[in-house]
Design a protein around this ligand. Structure first.
Ligand SMILES: NC(=O)c1ccc[n+]([C@@H]2O[C@H](COP(=O)([O-])OP(=O)(O)OC[C@H]3O[C@@H](n4cnc5c(N)ncnc54)[C@H](O)[C@@H]3O)[C@@H](O)[C@H]2O)c1
Length: 412
């Protein structure tokens, strides 16, 4: 197979992680162009590429040079505010483009993405790696195999203590610092919402209809900064707009509801906590448990605890990719999901197959940030979710991100 020539725009924390994974997929892709605003980030990335044995890539601080370089695909890992501009430029130039996760503060951005895609037909992929993670694929597969019955409710969160990253932005230029000063919203919905939206067939017979969002007061960052000699002088006077915990409820046309939680400025465990509740069963990522109604559990409050940690008993529901993954591929980043996702993305580019997470998914998921900001700013009022497919969701048939097995299990 001909190797794809790939450009990477944005060489911060995530760009560096993606670079590792692209180099791990060197049978599929060559790292042909690198772009960032900081020359030292470009230099470090170039050295990594050369060390891996690949030719020295093109280097630039102007993303338009990457767009116009005649590449097979471009990956965008910039700060959130640049995703849409770079993506539109790439689509207009006819270059397959994949963008990193993050929301948008502007609904018009989502419409611009959809309109540009429909005008140009340029392949687009939203790089939501959690859709490729083993837990999320396991529960999707359990749902597709009917194990959990009809789904009524899903929940998920982005709980990640990012105080060091946000405050550290004053030295690293990380965009979250400015974001948290200016905005109060569900700013990072897609890690949990992406897999949930896929489970619920959003944009494929179902859609988000409305949401309501609420934020707690903002105090975590301020208290943290005052305790850090490194930041207290420089950031002690800053007022943060972003509430410590933001909760968002989304209603779907087919009657399911979704609860999202963003919790990034208080001390806490990392947790995505995907939970899926159906008429025959329940999945909980935090306790790694699958609870089936058909199984006997002791009566009482704690009977179901027998299921804690039992999800490994359901490994045959995982897609092939997660049964053959090597330790090296797992270690390449985020426990293997980055490797699995990029492999699939490159396969779709090479074989000109439809992208598993497309522009309509991106628009629906990213728009939650803007809609939640509107809801919170107006006293947590319900806000209508736009239908970015303009009615096509009623008949669209989309596929799961990977082929999921059909499992024949004895009736449990
Ligand atoms: N999928 C994941 O697991 C995951 C994890 C972390 C971050 N991310 C996403 O990755 C993206 C980047 O996050 P990060 O933490 O690496 O941020 P970062 O600030 O560390 O890196 C962003 C980089 O983009 C560069 N950049 C900004 N504007 C640019 C432009 N116009 N042209 C070229 N380069 C430009 C910056 O110089 C910086 O080096 C975000 O969308 C974030 O949500 C995803």
């Amino acid at each position: 197979m001909k190797k794809l020539k790939v450009g990477l725009i944005g060489l911060g924390q995530r760009g560096r992680g993606l670079l590792n994974n692209i180099l791990h997929n060197s049978d599929q892709a060559e790292m042909a162009a690198l772009c960032d605003l900081f020359p030292e980030r470009i230099q470090a990335a170039v050295e990594k590429v050369e060390k891996s044995g690949q030719p020295t890539p093109m280097q630039t601080s102007d993303y338009m040079e990457v767009v116009n370089a005649g590449l097979d695909a471009i990956i965008v890992a910039t700060s959130w505010d640049m995703h849409v501009a770079v993506c539109l430029a790439a689509m207009k130039a006819g270059v397959t483009v994949a963008i990193e996760v993050g929301g948008t503060h502007n609904i018009q951005d989502c419409w611009k993405l959809v309109d540009c895609y429909e005008e140009t037909g340029t392949p687009f992929m939203f790089l939501e790696n959690c859709c490729y993670n083993d837990d999320e694929l396991l529960v999707t597969s359990l749902v597709r195999n009917g194990m959990l019955g009809n789904i009524s409710y899903c929940q998920g969160s982005y709980c990640h203590d990012l105080r060091y990253e946000i405050a550290g932005g004053i030295d690293t230029h990380h965009y979250r610092l400015e974001e948290y000063k200016k905005h109060n919203c569900e700013n990072y919905p897609t890690h949990e919402l992406g897999p949930i939206a896929k489970i619920l067939h959003i944009n494929s017979g179902n859609r988000f209809t409305k949401l309501v969002s609420m934020s707690s007061k903002a105090q975590g960052m301020h208290e943290y900064i005052l305790k850090q000699p490194k930041y207290a002088d420089r950031l002690g006077d800053v007022t943060f707009a972003q509430g410590d915990v933001t909760t968002t409820m989304i209603e779907c046309e087919n009657g399911e509801t979704i609860l999202l939680k963003l919790d990034t400025t208080l001390p806490r465990l990392y947790e995505r906590g995907v939970t899926v509740s159906g008429t025959k069963g329940f999945y909980c990522q935090t306790t790694r448990s699958v609870i089936l109604d058909s199984k006997e559990y002791d009566e009482g409050l704690h009977g179901y605890e027998k299921a804690f940690g039992n999800q490994d008993e359901y490994k045959e529901y995982l897609p092939e990719e997660w049964r053959v993954i090597t330790q090296e591929q797992i270690d390449a980043g985020h426990g293997g999901m980055d490797y699995v996702m990029l492999k699939e993305f490159f396969r779709c580019v090479a074989e000109k197959r439809p992208m598993p997470i497309d522009i309509y998914d991106a628009a629906a998921w990213m728009s939650v940030t803007a809609l939640s900001e509107t809801s919170i700013a107006n006293g947590s009022v319900p806000v209508e979710c736009p239908d970015f497919t303009r009615g096509k969701y009623k008949t669209r048939k989309t596929v799961d991100v990977l082929t999921l097995p059909v499992v024949q299990r004895e009736k449990e």
